[in-house]
Design a protein around this ligand. Structure first.
Ligand SMILES: NC(=O)c1ccc[n+]([C@@H]2O[C@H](COP(=O)([O-])OP(=O)(O)OC[C@H]3O[C@@H](n4cnc5c(N)ncnc54)[C@H](O)[C@@H]3O)[C@@H](O)[C@H]2O)c1
Length: 380
């Protein structure tokens, strides 16, 4: 299938793009690089051995997303694009609501206009309310405690209402638990732009000496060692889950389905730290501090529905997650180097200034006005 991957330059999108190509699909990426670097594209092309069609713009630009559907024969969409930092969303709620909701509306509108009805959407375990019973099943009540979480709850509701009104849609909603790890090549991985807000990249940066020590928020929860318990899932397993969901959406037979993508196994913060220490062969500096407001003691999935309906399950261990994270971190101490050296990727003679810019501009040339050579990444 020709699959539009929104947010395909991001952490989860990039790993999924690699697996899509390996499975014989043709991914087409749209990303505004608000939380990604252009350097990821050349790494992706190195991994898959060919050019990936890339459109660099904000999904909310309705004309541009329509132009992509007009110019490419898109069969299905995987919608990763979105802002995801919980704390930033609390400080700038409108930015989060606008970005995540409006980009989804623009996408759905374009899909509707061009008759594309197959969609896999990136939701999150954050949609489960703080009082839900463990393990979390897809029927557990949904709620949110912060704007980012509400954007996911709201988009799920929009998709539900859409598919009730128009049952020809085929929508798979994936509720991810805690994706970590990296591609085993060490070429692509998670590259947080600022201070990592998730545990694993923070651990990796402490291990690399980029940060002094790790803070463990609370060791007095009602869990085996007192630290918070989460369901960590290897990004490669998560990517496989998307291929399984895409196949299910393609088979169809229903308008909307929800699936948890988790391992079903809870791991505590301290267990994860010790697993990483095992890979490193040395202790990591950490300090236990007060609980963070809003954190729950434990959160882990019941992944049975995905196993039964998608034939998918996570196979990679915590040790593998740590080893792959560490390989990526060591090989890329500062993350992706950004290859664009001039404002728009063209040098003073108008020629591409880098291989990445070349790859983008090659497509701009071959696709006329639909593809664009954009400015370097900007924060919104
Ligand atoms: N990583 C996690 O822990 C996690 C957990 C649950 C759900 N999710 C969801 O999965 C999706 C992907 O997460 P990720 O970890 O890969 O994040 P990411 O930030 O690495 O990737 C998201 C990508 O979307 C792009 N983007 C954002 N807004 C855009 C817009 N308006 N137009 C075009 N591109 C835009 C960003 O530049 C980025 O490359 C997100 O929707 C996120 O909310 C992530």
């Amino acid at each position: 299938m020709r699959v539009l991957v929104t947010g395909g330059a991001g952490f989860l999108g990039s790993h999924t793009v690699v697996q899509l190509v390996a499975a014989g699909h043709e991914p087409v990426v749209v990303d505004n690089f608000s939380n990604a670097k252009h350097g990821v594209i050349s790494r992706l092309e190195q991994l898959v051995g060919r050019t990936i069609p890339l459109y660099s713009f904000d999904l909310r630009e309705q004309d541009r997303i329509r132009a992509v559907f007009h110019g490419e024969r898109i069969d299905a969409v995987i919608h990763f694009a979105g802002l995801k930092a919980v704390g930033e969303g609390v400080r700038q709620p409108l930015k989060y609501y606008r970005n995540n909701l409006e980009s989804t509306f623009a996408l759905i509108d374009a899909m509707h206009h061009y008759g594309v009805r197959k969609l896999v959407f990136s939701s999150s375990a954050t949609v489960y309310g703080p009082d839900a019973q463990m393990p979390l099943v897809e029927g557990s009540p949904t709620s949110a405690t912060h704007p980012y979480g509400w954007t996911k709850v709201m988009i799920e509701q929009v998709l539900h209402d859409l598919t009730v009104a128009e049952p020809t849609w085929r929508v798979g909603v994936l509720r991810y638990f805690n994706p970590v790890g990296a591609h085993p090549s060490g070429l692509i991985g998670e590259d947080p732009k600022d201070v990592p807000s998730n545990l694993m990249p923070y651990i990796a940066q402490v291990a690399a000496g980029r940060r002094k020590e790790l803070y463990v928020y609370g060791d007095d929860y009602d869990t085996p060692d007192g630290s918070g318990v989460r369901d960590y899932i290897h990004v490669e397993d998560l990517a496989t889950g998307h291929l399984a969901a895409l196949a299910a959406v393609d088979r169809g037979g229903w308008p909307l389905r929800l699936w948890n993508l988790g391992t079903g196994v809870g791991t505590s913060v301290l267990e994860l730290v010790h697993a990483f220490e095992g890979v490193l062969g040395r202790p990591l500096p950490y300090k236990v501090v007060a609980r963070r407001p809003g954190d729950v003691a434990e959160s882990y999935a019941n992944p049975t529905k995905a196993r039964n309906e998608l034939g998918w399950r996570a196979t990679r261990s915590i040790d593998q997650m740590c080893a792959d994270t560490w390989r990526w971190q060591q090989a890329n101490p500062s993350g992706y180097e950004d290859d664009l050296s001039s404002e728009d990727g063209l040098d003073s003679t108008g020629r591409p200034s880098s291989p990445v810019a070349d790859s983008i501009s090659r497509q701009a040339r071959s696709r006329g006005s639909a593809a664009v050579v954009e400015r370097p990444p900007q924060s919104q």
